[in-house]
Ligand binder design. Structure first.
Ligand SMILES: Nc1nc2c(ncn2[C@@H]2O[C@H](COP(=O)(O)OP(=O)(O)OP(=O)(O)O)[C@@H](O)[C@H]2O)c(=O)[nH]1
Ligand SMILES: [Mg+2]
Length: 310
């Protein structure tokens, strides 16, 4: 097998672990055997010997600061010196061989993030497959993306693209936050289809996490893409106002009855809705401006970098 040294060394593999004794050794060996050398295990306080196994394999092992998977990734990012970071679950569900395709997609399509979309394999239980589907649809609706698997536990990210991310969401919502951060900045999120294997060891994710993730997506939308959140209720108010005023006008014209209170309420509702819709449109405009400026800054940065190098 031939290794593409440069490509392999451009990425740091970050494996968050919490009690993954059965799988962690296999995960490390699999990436090693494909020629990846920068590997960091970020542990969340395993008590089953995971840390000892990782250390015995000679990879870097960090103790995460704070709790949950998000905190683990936030800790790891501070130690990464390569342009790309691959986050991958330490449960042996994500085959390492797909990283190569993901790196290629990253370069070829100029992506900021490449998600390994779990489109086949034995890993999904029906409940989780359905949950992932619904949550991905919700994400797409809120952020205007067309992703197939936003919650995948294997994704490649350009480190620069998330350098100023805040890590406000906890635990298993970190995947949504990264994608939201990138999408809302006009970044490009690509997907590469991958196989999803059955898990070794015990799952940490339950159905209640699904609800938590959905709630966090709405919170993220409010942070990153408030337009949808403001626009929907405003549009409803606007239509309601129009409805009430039409009713009042109809009664006045046809029966000659004057509904003063209803007219006043209609006017207030109409005004609120109208202002809301106006603000939403304005914020779309501002967001576009921000994205345009961000892209401009990015291309200037790139030009400066290449001038410094050459
Ligand atoms: N460092 C750290 N890792 C964690 C924590 N919680 C979970 N993990 C790891 O994060 C990865 C994802 O958790 P999983 O238990 O695999 O989640 P899952 O139930 O398989 O869910 P999916 O992978 O989305 O199907 C695994 O490698 C876990 O060991 C944590 O608090 N800290
Ligand atoms: Mg998993």
């Amino acid at each position: 097998m031939t290794f593409d040294r440069d490509a392999n060394d451009s990425v740091t593999i970050v494996i968050p672990t919490l009690n993954e004794r059965e799988a962690i050794g296999l995960v490390i060996d699999e990436f090693r055997s494909l020629g990846y050398r920068n590997i960091i295990v970020v542990d969340g306080g395993s008590t089953d010997g995971t840390v000892e196994i990782a250390k015995s394999k000679g990879v870097r092992v960090l103790q995460q600061e704070g709790k949950g998977k998000a905190a683990a990734i936030a800790t790891a990012i501070r130690h990464v010196e390569t342009p790309y970071i691959l986050v991958v679950d330490g449960d042996y569900t994500y085959p390492a061989r797909f990283l190569r395709d993901m790196l290629r997609a990253m370069e070829r399509e100029q992506c900021d993030e490449v998600i390994g979309a779990r489109l086949y394999g034995e890993g999904h239980t029906p409940v989780f497959r359905f949950g992932n589907y619904v949550l991905t649809k919700l994400f797409n609706f809120l952020f205007g993306t067309r992703l197939r698997d936003v919650l995948s536990g294997m994704y490649l990210v350009r480190v620069d693209a998330i350098k100023d991310m805040l890590f406000e969401m906890k635990g298993f919502s970190v995947e949504s936050e990264i994608a939201a951060h990138i999408a809302s900045m006009g970044g490009r999120i690509c997907e590469v289809p991958i196989e999803y294997r059955r898990r070794l060891g015990r799952k940490k994710l339950g159905v209640r996490h699904g609800f938590r993730i959905a709630l966090d997506m709405i919170r993220l939308a409010y942070r990153y893409n408030p337009v949808v959140i403001v626009f929907i209720p405003s549009a409803i108010l606007l239509l309601l106002g129009i409805g009430i005023l039409s009713y009042v006008a109809y009664h006045y014209i046809v029966y000659g009855v004057k509904h003063y209170v209803k007219a006043l309420i209609g006017l207030i509702v109409l005004t609120l809705g109208g202002v809301g819709v106006f603000v939403s449109l304005l914020s779309v405009y501002l967001k576009r401006m921000e994205i345009r400026m961000y892209r401009r800054i990015r291309s200037l940065e790139k030009r400066l970098e290449s001038r410094e190098q050459g």
